[in-house]
Design a protein around this ligand. Structure first.
Ligand SMILES: C[S@@+](CC[C@H](N)C(=O)[O-])C[C@H]1O[C@@H](n2cnc3c(N)ncnc32)[C@H](O)[C@@H]1O
Length: 348
């Protein structure tokens, strides 16, 4: 089962950074095996609510089973987090006390399913999080021009041998499986380092297939607008490309002015929408890395929403007035829950 395979990373630190409180409402944008989700539900009980999103239908199916005990407090949606705002509005699930992104792949995706994410298991070159999507890694590998392949491997994999790898891939096409691709790369990158020679190319292909960086940027912007008064945004990333996006976004949105240095008076009109909670990134302890080597590259960053009372109340009002006119069968629209929610967000 998924949950028994994927060990969640930085769980205590995540709960603390999200400042999880009883009765709060949270979104886990990367539900995966539901490890973080279960912990959020536990700490937000009684009365907590969680909406879980995952692009992978298998993750939703397996985790729904795992979180069965919380079925009255959860709503699990198979979608891409790039649609975060639309999902929240559709289910009247706002304003939020906390939003979590635990980026990347779960262990089950890496080790199971046969989706071709790992060069250690023979599988077709797929790499789609959502199997209904059209673009696959096989299409990129077997159809992209050499220059475009090299650019992609360099940009998304930060691979120094990108041009040589792209040339070899083009020479050896068609390449159908993960192991064929890994062997092609091994014939080019002969230097032995701590990581397998195919690691960076596989990362690049996965990022390109799923438009991971573009989706992350878009989703972070949406997340801010959904947070209520002092709502928290927590992101765990696993490689420098993701972490750079998260860091720059959080730093920029926590500044009142983003004019270039040296500008005599502010012309940007930008105001801070976030406050940094930890000036420094949070990383796993040595003990966690020992117990779960996959956690070694994890980097957690957290921010708190800076929101005016007016903005906050307009979010709450919108939620409550819409709820009155909508059908009541949905757990999220039950008046009692809404009342509690409104109260929990009332400013003292
Ligand atoms: C590292 S796992 C999350 C593990 C989870 N926190 C746990 O405790 O089990 C990342 C999950 O995010 C999902 N994911 C990655 N990018 C996504 C996106 N753009 N939209 C929705 N889900 C995404 C993946 O399918 C995967 O299941």
């Amino acid at each position: 089962m998924l949950a028994s395979v994927h060990i969640p990373v930085l769980v205590e630190e995540t709960i603390q950074a999200l400042a999880v409180q009883p009765g709060g409402r949270y979104i886990d944008c990367t539900l995966g095996g539901g490890g973080h989700a279960a912990s959020i539900l536990e700490h937000s009980s009684p009365g907590g609510q969680l909406l879980g999103i995952d692009a992978d239908p298998e993750a939703i199916k397996l985790t729904r089973q795992r979180l069965k005990a919380y079925s009255n407090s959860i709503l699990l949606i198979n979608d891409n987090f790039v649609n975060l705002k639309a999902i929240c509005y559709k289910y009247d699930f706002l304003p939020l006390h906390g939003i979590l992104f635990d980026l990347g792949l779960s262990s089950l995706q890496l080790n199971g399913y046969g989706r071709g994410f790992s060069f250690q298991h023979r599988a077709p070159l797929d790499m789609r999080l959502n199997p209904n999507q059209e673009l696959t890694a096989a299409y990129i590998v077997n159809n992209y021009p050499e220059a475009e392949l090299a650019h992609l491997i360099k940009t998304y994999g930060e691979e120094g041998y990108s041009r040589q790898i792209a040339r070899r891939i083009v020479q050896e096409r068609p390449i159908k499986t993960t192991l064929e691709l890994a062997q092609t790369i091994e014939r080019v990158v002969r230097k032995r380092t701590k990581i397998h020679p195919a690691t960076k190319t596989f990362q690049a292909l996965r990022i390109a297939v799923n438009q991971e960086l573009e989706h992350l940027e878009l989703a972070l912007r949406q997340a801010v607008d959904l947070l209520g008064f002092e709502g928290r945004l927590v992101v765990i990333s696993y490689h420098s490309l993701e972490d750079r996006i998260v860091k720059q976004f959080m730093q920029q949105e926590s500044k009142d002015c983003i004019c270039p240095p040296g500008t005599p008076t502010c012309v940007c009109g930008h105001t801070a929408s976030l406050r940094l909670i930890n000036k420094r990134v949070i990383t796993p302890s040595l003990e966690e890395v020992r117990n779960n080597p996959r956690s070694r590259s994890a980097r957690l960053r957290a921010v708190e929403r800076v929101i005016s009372q007016d903005e906050h109340y307009s979010l709450v009002e919108r939620l409550c007035s819409e709820a009155k006119v909508k059908a009541n069968g949905n757990v999220w629209r039950r008046p009692a829950i809404l009342k509690k929610l409104r109260k929990s967000f009332t400013l003292s």
